[in-house]
Design a protein around this ligand. Structure first.
Ligand code: MGD
Ligand code: MGD
Ligand code: MO
Length: 774
């Protein structure tokens, strides 16, 4: 079957470009979220659902991983959380009749927006070998297909099991157990494309792959540096914390190539003055300093901050926290040598930021009793992301900014349970201690060879060494890099299985056979034979709490992710004819499905920090997992100390006439789910195929604002990757630095262009040239 670009059905003739906004939230946000909610759910269901978001007895918002405060507002959600909820709780459905009407080939001509708008998946659907349409099947038949294909593999490593970060702790725990029971660690996840670089850098330097701050630290921080993150769109509830920090006298520094509205000024819709703010020009000014950095220049910038701290320390002797350094760290001298070797010239060239601006921020750090650095994809999706983040940690360690109030590292997570999924063992290379505990509890031998991460999984499918793909949520084909290569890779498999809530392109780019398994989401009531169930999630600050859905599912054929895994587990391991009976994990899958408390007891036994799990999630707000650096300045690294590191300074080298492109999110999307075609804060409406360029670059390329262009990515393998028909938008971004939306531009990200050590695709640094469309 030929791959038709979904572009065929895209009409962007109404695309309009208006003024960029200089502030976030306020009244338009409330109106926009209500409109989308009522369109999708109707007024009654909207009120029912939105009032239960993030409430103690309600469900956890699947919009992002930002934590909830102790005192909850009646409406503890944000515009984009409301959109995420509406997207899931929609009354629209995609029943079997829909698939009878639309062939797969027909569906392939529609874009992500159209596909997502069709509604919730309601029945297990099978695409037969050579079939043109999906047809409804029973759960029994669907499971049999999976069991047969897995049973027929020459090695369990020929199967790949992806996870997206919405999966609950309970589902994730059983899913990894099932996969390891089959005999493989091929557990790639969305984290491989997201915060893997953070985990790599933090584990090595601090001994935990997670953040070391609490919400209280953030609210009371004297200085917050936010690098490579757009909280106004992607973590709107973080703005409430930033507003509190400002009111408490804290300062904020934003480091970003773009002047993102949410970093500049905030009007809180949960505060009456915030609502009025839009009309009266009020709200809270957020960033005290905005450093408009070149894409990929952050390592140099943090090197500059370290260099300034060193120079002031040498002059005054009062900058470093000598007691902390002596007691808790190793490697200072090598790091200081790397600072001395780096010239200010190189720092300013690489970052595009003047020495005066850098030293001003450095002086803020020197004057501040504590500093928090927050970051997201702008720091993690570059070739040199791990060394960039090591240099972030270095600067913080100089002043002992870990494990004291108002200080620390804050990698701001994406998916609402991506951090919890990792805690539960969704990782292709878990440490030996985890395997030991798992093996002991379930009396089997889990495989110890490392599995594939996301990029390795694509290579294996492309090369024919992986033959079965299963996705627990997510939209693998659209989220991953090098779209054409990835599509070929999936088409090369024997079976693709997608456990999903909504229709997406991963259901259409399939193996020889394909299954869609319709799952319950966070908002749905989950009733099993043991009664109504709740699940748990872990937020960005390591707080674990319960989530209970309340809406009646749109179809009785939908199943919880846990039920799906348990049923499969039972078939794979526990029956007379089960293909993986030898060395099967000893678990009563049926009992686990009936009552999720059983699963939580297993989790308590295997994973540290989950003692008295059930009791502790009865408490409002749940409980916080132990964190050595935060709680007691304990660093369980290889050396037993927090490690300074000496890194080679890197930054993107862009050939003449070329630009560096970052691929980012609009305000109306959730990763590959497109809620609408506006990007309000950046002034875009009714379209997504835009490329933001600096006025200087537009002039140099002989283009005009509004021209249509093709984006061509150039990479070491000599392959030209093209994304066509984008409209040029003149925008405030450093010269040489372009921006366009993901996932339309994933086709430009080469599969083999990955971050050193973490393997994350370099989605924020793609070298391109811009061709004027004929
Ligand atoms: N509404 C909504 N919420 C979401 C998501 C969503 O799609 N929609 N996605 C969720 C997920 S999975 C994630 S991971 C997070 C993502 O949250 P973000 O990381 O905020 O998402 P991006 O849109 O990728 O934005 C990256 C930011 O980094 C900046 N940037 C790009 N390159 C550089 C650089 O080299 N240096 C610096 N300093 N900055 C740079 C960009 O200008 C942009 O502001 O959000 C989560 N929340
Ligand atoms: N170019 C570029 N590529 C990127 C990025 C980038 O910035 N630039 N960002 C990367 C990042 S940070 C991430 S996290 C990945 C995201 O990658 P994914 O997590 O794979 O993608 P999503 O778009 O979040 O997945 C959406 C789909 O998940 C399903 N879904 C939603 N809720 C549920 C649920 O509760 N259960 C189940 N079973 N299914 C559900 C729906 O069917 C929906 O279509 O993309 C990465 N790709
Ligand atoms: Mo993410």
């Amino acid at each position: 079957m030929a791959t038709k670009a979904p572009k065929d059905n895209i009409d962007e003739s109404e695309l309009a470009v208006g003024a960029r906004k200089t502030r976030a939230v306020g009244l338009p946000a409330v109106i926009n979220s209500l409109k989308i909610s009522i369109d999708q759910m109707g007024p009654v269901r909207s009120a029912q659902t939105l009032l239960a978001v993030n409430q103690v007895k309600g469900f956890d918002c699947m919009g992002c991983a930002w934590p909830e405060g102790d005192k909850r507002h009646t409406a503890e959600f944000c515009e984009n959380g409301a959109k995420a909820v509406a997207e899931e709780a929609t009354r629209r459905t995609v029943p079997p009749s829909f698939f009878a009407e639309h062939s797969v080939e027909d569906l392939l001509t529609h874009d992500d927006y159209w596909l997502g708008q069709q509604g919730r998946l309601t029945h297990p659907m099978l695409l037969d070998d050579g079939g043109t349409h999906y047809r409804a099947v029973s759960w029994d038949e669907a499971n049999q297909v999976i069991v047969d294909e897995l049973g027929a593999l020459d090695s369990p490593d020929e199967a790949v099991f992806y996870t997206s970060g919405r999966t609950s702790n309970e589902a994730a725990f059983l899913y990894q157990l099932m996969v390891r029971g089959i005999g493989t660690n091929n557990l790639p996840d969305c984290s491989n494309m997201c915060h893997e670089s953070s985990g790599s850098a933090l584990n090595e330097t601090l001994g935990v792959g997670k953040g070391t701050v609490s919400l209280l630290d953030l609210d009371t921080a004297p200085l917050i540096i936010i690098a490579g993150q757009n909280p106004g769109t992607n973590h709107p509830r973080m703005l409430t914390s930033l507003e509190k920090a400002k009111k408490n006298g804290g300062a904020i520094v934003a480091i970003n190539p773009l002047p993102e509205a949410g970093l500049m000024r905030f009007e809180n819709p949960q505060n009456p003055l915030g609502l009025l703010g839009t009309r009266f020009g009020g709200g809270t000014a957020l960033a005290d300093d905005f450093l408009q950095i070149r894409i990929g220049g952050d390592q140099a910038l943090f090197r500059g901050l370290g260099k300034h701290l060193l120079e002031r320390e040498e002059a005054t002797g009062t900058v470093f926290d000598h007691a902390f350094i002596a007691e808790h760290t190793l490697g200072l001298e090598d790091y200081l040598a790397s600072l001395r070797e780096t010239s200010w010239d190189e720092i300013t060239t690489a970052s595009g930021i003047s020495k005066a601006e850098i030293t001003k921020v450095g002086d803020r750090m020197i004057a501040s009793p504590g500093t928090i650095v927050c970051w997201a994809m702008g720091l993690t999706q570059h070739k040199h992301s791990v060394s960039t983040l090591r240099d972030v940690v270095n600067v913080l360690l100089l002043q002992g900014n870990v494990g004291k109030p108002g200080a620390g590292v804050c990698p701001v997570r994406g998916h609402s349970n991506v951090q919890g999924d990792r805690t539960m063992g969704i990782f292709e290379r878990m440490p030996a201690a985890f395997h030991d505990a798992l093996d002991k509890r379930f009396r089997f031998e889990s495989p110890r060879r490392h599995g594939y991460d996301t990029v390795a999984a694509i290579r294996a499918m492309r090369d024919g060494t992986a033959k079965v793909f299963m996705g627990m949520g997510g939209n693998f084909v659209r989220a991953t890099p090098d779209t054409n290569v990835t599509e070929r890779a999936l088409r090369n498999t024997r079976l693709t299985v997608q456990v999903s809530t909504k229709l997406n392109r991963s259901h259409l780019v399939t193996g020889t056979r394909a299954l869609i398994l319709p799952a319950l989401g966070r908002t749905d009531k989950d009733t099993q034979s043991g009664g109504d169930q709740r699940v748990t999630v872990e937020d960005s600050m390591s707080a674990v709490h319960a989530s209970t859905g309340r809406l009646k599912p749109s179809s009785s054929e939908m199943r919880s992710e846990i039920a799906i895994v348990c049923e499969l587990g039972d078939r794979l391991f526990a029956r007379e004819d089960s293909p993986f009976r030898n060395n099967a994990p000893q678990l009563d899958w049926t009992a686990a499905q009936a009552d999720y408390r059983v699963i939580r007891r297993h989790i308590s036994a295997v994973i540290p920090g989950f003692d008295d799990f059930e009791d502790r999630i009865d408490k409002p707000g749940g409980f916080v997992l132990p964190n050595g650096p935060r709680d007691s300045r304990t660093f369980t690294t290889a050396t037993g100390k927090a490690n300074f590191t000496a890194n080679t300074l890197e930054y993107p080298q862009v050939p003449a006439g070329r630009l560096i492109l970052q691929t980012l999110r609009s305000h109306d999307q959730y990763n590959t789910t497109i809620y609408g075609k506006d990007d309000r804060y950046r002034g875009i409406s009714n379209g997504r195929r835009v490329v933001f360029l600096s006025p200087e670059d537009i002039a140099e390329a002989g283009l005009d604002d509004g021209d249509m262009v093709h984006l061509v990515s150039e990479w070491a393998d000599g392959v030209e990757r093209r994304a066509e028909d984008f409209r040029v938008v003149a925008y405030s971004t450093p010269k040489g630095c372009a921006a366009a939306y993901y996932p339309e531009t994933n086709v430009l990200v080469p599969l083999d262009s990955t971050a050193d050590i973490s393997g994350t695709p370099t989605s924020k640094s793609v070298i391109i040239r811009v061709e004027k469309a004929a």
